[in-house]
Design a protein around this ligand. Sequence first.
Ligand SMILES: [Zn+2]
Length: 358
Amino acid sequence: MNIIQRLIPVSNTATRPGLALVPKFITIHETDNTGTGADAAAHARLQQRGNDRAASWHLQIDDHEIIQSIPFDEVAWAAGDGRNGPGNRTSIHIEMCVNADANYEQMVSKTVEVVQYLMSRYSISIDHIVPHKHWTGKNCPRNLLPRWDGFIKRCQGLGTKDGWVQNDAQWFFYKNSSKQTGWVKVKSKWYFLDANGVMQTGWVKDENKWYFLDSNGVMQSGWVKVKDKWYYLARDGAMVTGWVKYKSKWYFLKENGEMAIGWIKDKDKWYYLDPDGSMVSGKQTISGKAYTFGKDGALIEEEVPAAGGYTGDDSGGNGEGDPPAGDTSGKGDGSSTGGDNTPSDGENTSNNQDGPAS
Ligand SMILES: [Zn+2]
C-alpha cells in the first residue's frame, strides 16, 4: 500500500486550518462525482490548488491511487458538523472516488487496506469506523451504505475469505469467512480438511474408513492405482476390502485394500486371481499345473495348492514356478498386513463382503 503525498499548502488555511487532530474515528465518504476522470489525482489537484468550497479531506482513493492532502494529525473540514463538531475534530476523512471510468470494487478494496492501516497506526477500534452519515445524516457514502456491514467485516479482516485460500503451500477452504474442516463438497467434488482446516491429499482415515484424495485433494472412487497397487473405492469414496464384483468379474481386496493377485484363501477355500486381479473359474492351468475351480471360484480340492495365502506381489501367480507353497510368508488366510505405503493398520477385519459363492 502506497500513500502518495500531495499536501495542501499550509498557506491555504481555509481548507487546511492547521488545527491539531488526534484521530479517534475514520469517516468514509464518496465524492458523488461520477464523471470520467474524477479520480483521486483530480480530487487531490482540486484540493492543492484551493477548493472554492471550504471543504477538505485527508485522503482520496480511486481504483489505483491513494493520495493524501492533509497530514493525519491535522483537522480537515469534511464532516459538515461545524467548526467544533466531533466529526471534524476527531476523525480522519477518506473520500472514495466513484468516477465512471474506475473499478468501484477495486477502489473499495484499496479503501479497506487503508482503513486497516489507519486502525492499526492510531489504535482505532472497528466501531469508530463510520460513514459520513453518522455525523450529519447525509446520504454518504451513497453506494457503500447499503453494504456497510460487509465493508466493516472486511476492515476487521473478515468477510474477504470465501472459497480456497492458499497459505504456505497449504490449502484452506472458507465459507462465509469461517475456515472449514472435515469433508467439503466443492463443484461436485469432495475434499477432506483436517482439524486445522488443511486440505489433505493421499490416504486419509475418517471414522474408521480409508479414502484416497488425489494430488489436487479430490476424493477418488472406483479403481485407483497407488504406488503400483490397485485399490477399489466405493461410490462414497470408502476403501473396499474383501470381495468386490466389477463388470461381472470378482476381485479380492486385502485387508489393507490392495487388490490381491494369485492364490488366496478365504473362509477355508482357495481362489486364484489372474494378474489383472480377476477371479478365475473352471479348468485352469496355473504354473504348469491343472486345477479345477467351481463356478463360485473356489478350488475343487482334488489337489490343494499347499499355498500360504496371498502371493502378495506382482510376481506371484504369473505362471512362473510352482504355486505359492508353504506358509513361511506368514500371509495366510487373509491376514496380510501388506506394504508400508498403504493404509494398513489392520483394524478393519470384519467388513469383508460375501464371497462369490453367494
Ligand atoms: Zn461525505
